[in-house]
Design a protein around this ligand. Structure first.
Ligand SMILES: *Cc1c(COP(=O)(O)O)cnc(C)c1O
Length: 401
């Protein structure tokens, strides 16, 4: 049990709290599911990029899936070995590609033919052979929120099967490219296994086609996207997930790469906020809290549901919206939810806030971002201090005329 009142006293609010033991449990359950094969769980750093979170995963043996050179640097700083780091993303800049190659990470995941050309040129300049994989878009509907669906031809991610084949042939014939992996990632918050299995079948078939022309890939990268329970979702069982993937790989001797983000961090995270005021507009009751959409954007961006818990409160229950102080109507955490009546400074916990929470935060309305706290084996510690006004103006102040 987390003592939220004590943490609020000690660190103030709004506050992000991460249960590191829960992250470990999630990691171990997935690792165990894949024990029949060589497998690297490459943590999707973007889901929660706090250095201490990444370091915690590094200690568990995780690799890292990065989508910018900044994330690659974070992964290296946090102690993830370079040979477990991969770099994905549709728009890598030249300097990012160069640094990734110089850092000698496991591979760069290509998302277009044009990018293949850039990587080849940069590898030639450096006089090295760049390890690459190609992100295949298997054109499978993952049946998730359209903003987090990535594996349909209408999405900007990856390339179709024919293009992928062409890129592998080009890479094979290049002195500066070494095709070592193949990748797909069809979306996020996936709760159905069948689309993932279908995608794996398609990509595994492509691997076999490539073998026929002497292209031997070592890494079968199945992306991330395993859904979690925010509400009453029925989620994918890690063992069934692993079995479904392994079932598509008969006859192929490949290391599996999996890129879980949300699965590891979402339900290990809590966003703690204090009630400032209650107000009634006509029929509607609003609870105004000190956290806002600049701290936790998911409700505003995806109409995402987060479970709300009132701490130490047995007030009378009635429906209310929980809203933040930011000047936007999209600034809410819950709508028409049954909530007790609140007093000034009462605490509210927003659950499942460990993934795509802090990282999507901003300084909108000149609000400093929250502090972040880790809890491990019953002990709490600060892992990022609260931003101050001075932090927010630091990059502008010197230009004041
Ligand atoms: C975002 C992303 C992930 C992680 O997705 P989750 O839903 O958090 O597991 C994995 N791989 C790639 C390429 C991504 O873009």
């Amino acid at each position: 049990m987390i003592n939220f009142s004590q943490l609020a006293e000690k660190y103030q609010t709004p506050l992000y709290i991460y249960d590191f033991n829960k992250i470990s449990q999630q990691y171990e359950s997935l690792k165990l599911a894949f024990k029949a094969r060589k497998a690297i769980l490459a943590y999707a750093v973007k889901s929660n990029s706090n250095l201490s979170v990444v370091k915690h995963l590094a200690k568990l043996g995780a690799g890292a899936d990065c989508v910018s050179i900044g994330e690659v640097r974070r992964a290296l700083m946090a102690g993830i070995p370079r040979y477990k780091i991969i770099f994905s993303g549709v728009g890598k800049q030249d300097h990012e590609i160069k640094e990734a190659l110089e850092s000698d990470i496991l591979f760069i995941n290509l998302e277009s033919e044009a990018e293949l050309g850039r990587v080849e040129m940069i590898a030639e300049d450096l006089n090295i052979k760049a390890r690459i994989s190609v992100r295949v878009n298997p054109n499978i509907d993952p049946k998730t929120h359209p903003y987090i669906s990535t594996g349909l031809h209408g999405n900007k991610f990856g390339v179709d099967l024919n293009m992928a084949k062409r890129m592998y042939l080009k890479a094979k014939n290049s002195e500066h490219l070494d095709p070592v992996g193949i990748h797909f990632h069809i979306g996020s918050q996936l709760t159905e296994l069948e689309p993932i299995r279908e995608a794996a079948v398609i990509v595994a078939d492509l691997v076999r086609t490539l073998q026929a022309v002497d292209i031997e890939l070592k890494f079968f990268d199945i992306g991330g996207g395993i859904g979690v329970k925010y509400d009453d979702e029925v989620t994918i069982d890690p063992n069934e997930y692993a079995q479904a993937i392994l079932g598509t790989l008969t006859g192929l001797d490949m290391t599996i790469m999996c890129e879980p983000g949300r699965f590891l961090t979402a339900n290990a995270g809590y966003f703690l906020t204090r009630v400032m005021y209650e107000k009634q507009n006509d029929e509607k009751r609003f609870v105004i809290v000190d956290g806002g959409m600049n701290d936790l954007l998911r409700p505003a961006l995806y109409s995402a549901y987060h479970k709300i818990e009132a701490i130490d409160n047995d007030g009378e229950i009635s429906p209310a919206d929980i809203v933040g102080p930011v000047c936007e109507s999209g600034d809410f955490f819950a709508k028409d939810t049954q909530l007790p009546s609140f007093n000034h400074n009462d605490l509210i916990v927003v659950h499942s806030a460990g993934a795509y929470g802090f990282g999507m935060g901003s300084n909108y309305n000149t609000r400093g971002r929250s502090a972040e706290v880790a809890i491990e084996d019953g002990n709490d510690r600060l892992i990022r201090r609260r931003e101050t006004f001075e932090d927010l103006v630091a990059l502008e102040e010197e230009f004041l005329k």
